[in-house]
Design a protein around this ligand. Structure first.
Ligand code: COA
Length: 187
């Protein structure tokens, strides 16, 4: 099902309201170049092609892309891991992990990232993950607000997590039995 963006296009003298539709689907190998371009445009953490493909193979249904027309404008990719829960003491759990998410600057604030996260969480839940984790720079208020709106909360801080020495917030959201209102991740 397509979603609608109400975008304001500003010319020299006029502002015109246009409506654009975006849709989400699973990543496929033909998207690789576009996803790498979005990643390099939007984030300082960049990866080699094989890392994107390895992540896709680990968790295909939670690697989603967003399209406006024929243009790929956003992506989210995740992994399934195992480890001790940050919220349930001494419990060994199956963890979903959001590795990377980005939306091209001109398509932001239209709900695309929210839908990408919701679909990824549904996919991780279908893969029997108990919790979903992510790291975010403590200065990335935009992303932190997005994650909090979608049910993530602070689990812990990791000093010097990023290559430039910045601290990461590790955030977690429960998954099991937590149905979300978004289209299925099977599309
Ligand atoms: N300022 C404040 N809050 C913002 C915001 C901004 N510029 N952009 C998004 N948010 C918050 C708002 O709460 C928003 O809800 P609202 O529009 O109803 O107020 C909510 O996030 C959802 O926004 P959404 O439109 O779904 O997000 P987006 O498609 O614009 O994408 C990012 C958000 C973070 C993915 C995008 O800004 C981006 O690609 N940033 C660079 C890459 C990045 O930081 N990735 C995360 C790394 S952990």
């Amino acid at each position: 099902m397509p979603y609608s963006i109400h975008a304001i296009t500003c010319g020299a003298r006029i502002a015109m309201l246009t409506e654009t539709e975006f849709s989400l689907r699973q990543f496929n190998t033909r998207d690789l170049e576009s996803v790498i371009e979005i990643n390099r445009t939007c984030l300082p953490e960049n990866y080699a092609s094989f890392f994107f493909m390895d992540t896709f193979q680990n968790c295909p249904s939670a690697f989603r892309v967003a399209e406006v027309g024929t243009r790929t404008v956003g992506y989210i990719m995740c992994r399934i891991e195992h480890g001790f829960s940050d919220v349930k003491r001494l419990k060994f759990v199956r963890k979903g992990h959001i590795i990377s998410i980005a939306v091209m600057p001109e398509f932001r604030r239209a709900g695309i990232a929210s839908e990408l996260v919701k679909q990824a969480l549904n996919a991780l839940q279908e893969m029997k993950a108990d919790e979903c984790y992510l790291e975010v720079r403590e200065t990335n208020e935009t992303a932190i607000e997005l994650y909090e709106k979608l049910g993530f909360s602070l689990a812990r801080r990791v000093p010097h997590y990023y290559a430039d020495g910045a601290e990461a917030l590790v955030m977690v959201a429960p998954l099991a039995g937590n149905a979300r209102s978004s289209q299925s991740a099977q599309a």
